[in-house]
Write a new protein. Sequence first.
Length: 455
Amino acid sequence: MLIFFFCFFTLVIMLISGLLAFFLSNVYYQHFLKEQNDQKYTEIALEVADYLSEQSELHQSLDFLAATGYQLRLFNLEGQSWQFGQPFRDETMEEAKIKLVLNGEIFHGIAHFPSETFVTGFFANELRNSIGVPVEHEGEQYALFLRPDIKLHFSEMHYLFAWLLGFTIVFSLILEMTLAHYLIRPLSKLNQATKAVQKGEFDVKLDFKRQDEIGELATSFQDMTKQLAEAEDMRNEFISSISHDIQSPLSNINGYTSLLENKALSTEEKSQHLQVIRSETERLSSLTSQLLVLSSLNQMEQPRHKENFSLSEQVKSVIKGYQWKLSEKEILLQYHLSEVEFTGDRAMCMSVWDNLMSNAIKYNHQGGEIRIELKAEEHHVLLTIEDTGIGLTELEKERMFERFYRADPSRTMEIEGAGLGLAIVKKVVDLHSGELKVHSKQGKGTSITVILPII
């Protein structure tokens, strides 16, 4: 309610200030500028009339005068009229007024222009908002109506706009400055911060400290944005992890399903392909049960489901699942897997080998090589996956484990991926208190070693 109250109050202040400034400016124009303008342009019109009476070419002289910044309308006794300069928006003029000027009188259109139009009357581009003077040329009588071309003669309005702007600023500052520092400015910043949060920008900082309700509101707002940021990160990670982790087994299933369409396959080959499909289906089922775990990886301090399993058999199953992709790119795979038992989260470890294997194939050249080595030391398990792919630059090596980060698009444009795989690898290895070592040379390939402690 406080925000709405002060928004309404500010609008009222601006409205009152605007009305006061407009009223005072109008008074100034009606009592001073209006008569001055009429008198000034009357003198100019009379001088023009004297000038024209001495010229031999009336129309040519009027064209010249119009070019200096005036709108001119000339009438003769027969009712004919000629326009010089920019045309009037409204050319209406009473016949009696024209005859009055033809009879030698002066028409004060600017002074007598309706006052209900306020200051805008000066800008009205109408024939009746002009000065009319009689002109005698070579024995003939004419009525000449003149007004300034506002586009060229705008300097007269500088004082008017200065008063209008001055009154507006003065009244606005007087009425609002007392509230701006304590109420309006903090609320404006809070409003901007709210709009930023609506756009998904949660890194918002309010740099003012107060001990009143607004200060408490700002503190609560910052606490809320932190919670929203954490929730948004978890939501994004949840959705992204689903897309990335389900893609690989689905691709394998699709690949082996296509191979099964080959009628020349033997019964044994079909059985092997079906076994891979069944294995990938089970892997999908396992992944779906781990989605909630992946969505909250940032909140976890250690793996939730630890069990003892054969790391070598798990890596072999990953290799088997990628046989068709290896064949498709004609990649030579060499591996040496020692028998290693490991205690950890089976599904999370599977995602590590799967992502590393997927990257080694995706970023490899046609006909390249991949070497995998698994060995156990006294206190650690080491698994190294080395490829002969495109390699990494130093900058890419520094950022390769960031979420959504991908290598130079000019080198990886045709390679699919969301840039989440290595981020998942890093988080899972960290949860297992492990370490990642990367050796890479651009154009030569990459070697990634996963070091996990033996518990």
